[in-house]
Design a protein around this ligand. Structure first.
Ligand SMILES: NC(=O)c1ccc[n+]([C@@H]2O[C@H](COP(=O)([O-])OP(=O)(O)OC[C@H]3O[C@@H](n4cnc5c(N)ncnc54)[C@H](O)[C@@H]3O)[C@@H](O)[C@H]2O)c1
Length: 342
């Protein structure tokens, strides 16, 4: 009998009751796939190891890292690393490509949920929602006159990184009659104009925006894309929002800008160090809203991610190219050509 295609799902996707956080429905995709067997990894793992790579043909990974060292051994049977999410900075992509391992992600499940959290932050900052919650709870009712919100009509939203999520945010923001700017060297101005946004360079966006949202891919070019000189360009009344990856922003520079009143406030779903250090100065600031890299986690978002990710594993098990391959070069690798149907 042919050997089964073995799938390992990292345990960091389980909730505190040990149930998959994406619900049970998506697992049916694996249950129904002929020749596929699956399990959650025997133990919680911070990273995929050579032992995992020798045990599984596919791993479905949430937070666990996939370093190059995982796939260096001769007994490595891994064919696909499927990421539960869009970002793949936790996977050593060049090493996977060299080893002939396909890396997939779930980009289409994310634009609406992540654009929604950016809007949530914009609305919460504009209305001083978290601060006013605090005033109400702590006997500071009388301070409300000193805490006017910012009306959105005619104000300017600048989106840094107009990829799938950035464009969805721009589309969703139109109902608020915001002026829309986008800075993304790789996106066409005409395409942006169709959704009502003007393509500008980063400096112009920073100077003109009342809300700056960063949502580019994290890579060498975007690491610390926003630092002291960029905060210096922003209006003192403007808010800064990061929902992409922590290292896109130079955090000490952000802290300095907030302390100096260079900007009015910030909202962050992501941090340079995660989990965020409880001593991080940002956590003590009243004009900063923080969430633990999970504001977009909803039943809808997780089900859609898991359905896409687990389907990509079944595709590989069936010799098909998955829909969302991050390292397209790998498709020419002899190891992939050996299982990929022509
Ligand atoms: N907070 C969360 O939970 C969460 C969830 C999903 C995704 N994300 C992050 O969002 C990022 C974007 O996701 P996406 O689906 O829109 O990806 P995408 O690949 O569709 O878009 C990324 C955009 O970044 C742009 N970019 C690259 N270099 C740039 C630069 N120097 N300046 C400005 N823009 C630049 C690209 O041109 C592209 O348009 C992901 O890489 C991920 O890190 C965060």
């Amino acid at each position: 009998m042919a050997e089964k295609f073995r799938v390992g799902i990292t345990r960091d996707i389980l909730d505190s009751r040990g149930e998959p956080s994406f619900g049970q429905a998506a697992l049916k995709i694996l249950d129904d796939a002929p020749g596929v067997e699956w399990e959650f990894l025997p133990a919680l793992a911070r990273e995929i190891t050579p032992e995992h790579a020798a045990r599984y043909d596919a791993v479905y990974v949430n937070m666990a890292r996939t370093p190059g060292t995982a796939v260096g051994r001769a007994d490595c049977r891994l064919r696909v690393v499927a990421r539960h999410g869009v970002g793949y900075d936790s996977v050593d992509l060049p090493a996977m490509t060299r080893a002939g391992i396909v890396v997939t992600n779930t980009p289409m499940a994310m634009p609406r949920p992540v654009a929604t959290i950016a809007l949530t932050f914009i609305l919460a900052l504009a209305g001083k929602l978290v601060l006013k919650d605090r005033l109400t709870r702590t006997g500071r009712w009388d301070e409300r006159m000193d805490n006017m919100g910012m009306g959105l009509t005619g104000r300017t939203l600048g989106v840094v990184g107009a990829g799938r999520i950035g464009k969805e945010l721009l589309r969703m923001a139109r109902v608020f009659d915001l002026k829309l700017l986008a800075a993304d060297p790789y996106v066409n101005a005409v395409e942006l104009s169709y959704i009502g946004a003007r393509k500008v360079d980063l400096a112009t966006l920073l100077r003109e925006s009342d809300f700056v949202v960063t949502i580019p891919l994290l890579n060498d070019e975007t690491r610390h894309l926003i630092s002291t000189p960029q905060f210096a360009l922003m209006k003192p009344s403007a808010y800064f929002i990061n929902v992409s990856r922590g290292p896109v922003v130079d955090e000490p520079a952000l802290i300095a800008a907030l302390k100096a009143g260079r900007i009015a406030g910030a909202a962050l779903d992501v941090f340079e160090q995660e989990p965020a250090d409880p001593a991080n100065a940002l956590l003590a600031m009243e004009n900063v809203i923080v969430t633990p890299h999970s504001l977009c986690w909803t039943d809808e978002c997780f089900h859609n991610m898991a359905s896409t990710g687990l389907r990509s594993i079944v595709d590989v098990a069936s010799g098909r190219k998955p829909e969302f391959v991050v390292n397209a070069d790998v498709l020419a690798h002899p190891r992939v050509r050996a299982w990929l149907a022509p």
